[in-house]
Ligand binder design. Sequence first.
Ligand code: PA5
Length: 462
Amino acid sequence: MIKLDLRKADYSAVGPENGLNISEEFGAYSERIAQIIDDFNKRKNKAGQGLQWMNLGYSEETAWYVKEYAALVENRFENVLVLGIGGSALGGIAVTHALLRPYWNLLSEEQRNGYPKIFFLDNVDPDEMNALLDILDLKKTLVNVITKSGDTAETMAQFMILKNRLEEELGDDYRKNIVATTDKRTGILRQIAEQEGYKTFVVPDDVGGRYSVFSAVGLLPFALVGIDIDEITAGVKDMDVALKNPDISQNIAAQNALVHYLMDTKLGKSITVMMPYSSRLKYVGDWFVQLWAESLGKKKYADNIQMNIGATPLKALGATDQHSLAQLFNEGPNNKLINFIRVEKYDCELNIPKIFEYTGIGYLGGKTMNDLMNAEADSTKAALCDFSRPSVTITLPKIDGYHVAQLLYMLEVQTAIAGALYEIDPFDQPSVELARNYTYALMGRVGYEESAKSLQEKMMIS
Ligand code: PA5
């Protein structure tokens, strides 16, 4: 199992102004945490609670359908192109980057064991998209369009371009190159998929985009490129069993949620940094940033006074960002809680040759890159502590489907528990919806004429 170490967030390590009396806080909050977890355990099987993501690890049916389709299309495509944005893309990017051999798309077909290359388009940058379309042989490309709502402008615009290009190249057969992942019943993509006869997968009810990585949203692209999805669901299930425990001393998601919540509300640590010491886990930072920001950045009212809630997430990469952000972390405002992610065993060991022994870099010879990475993480953590900067450390025994799934699921549960502590809804995103509606208005969608008029007036003024 993955482990959590909170010692460097304790007042004994970083002083009472910057650290918590963790055992005392666990005692003080044990009942509240137990209530929150019991409440999740009771509500997660009920509809309309936004908690169906807690059951995804157990959905044998989804895994079965995904594997069946992946087997059906095996060896048929050279590329998988995923279209999606936000929660419909970030989990897929994070997990494939972590689990596929680095530089996957540059490997030969043999090195990829016959599995396709994978590309994600999660922006509407015309130059980027055009360049990718120039590279891909669309006849050999499977397009997986993912949108829960079925009408996100960014994703649907990409899809419209792809649909036309595929049809131009493949004629009527183009449908075989499209698979849609969307809501079971509603939304424009569902309607189009049914009319056009695309293969479809479902984003289940009560699963918000940023909590959807273990549904077909993630599992389908994973299976298409040969990632063992049984290993992933095993990691989710084992972590879920561990996190059902209402005893805070046994529940790492509850512990980290409470530490983050108290660091923000009591000690002013209003920035949460996610810093994996592994390039393969780099995009876990991006995924976490969206999860934490969109779930916890909310306004709420207490005694009719508006409060703006949430700690700002920031991503960093060890050791790279030691030469970028670490100066700020050490000497800038003491308003951050750093989350180190450590890996106990990398897949390989890379020796540094014993050369240039007569120079100042001679000490590196005979060591490994693994030794260096670990020393970098240890030294950064120690330096932060010297500057009274709190940190927590999550350790993965290794980077594989089982442990990466545990990490992501643990962070999802941590976010949900933090939402309950802040007393906000961690499953909605009202202001994202507002901006989404403004985009519809500006792009001339029927029904948004009034918004378009008032927006144009506002834009004239500014
Ligand atoms: O987490 C969320 O709910 C959002 O980030 C959505 O995933 C994002 O807005 C894309 O929405 P959709 O999947 O409906 O296209």
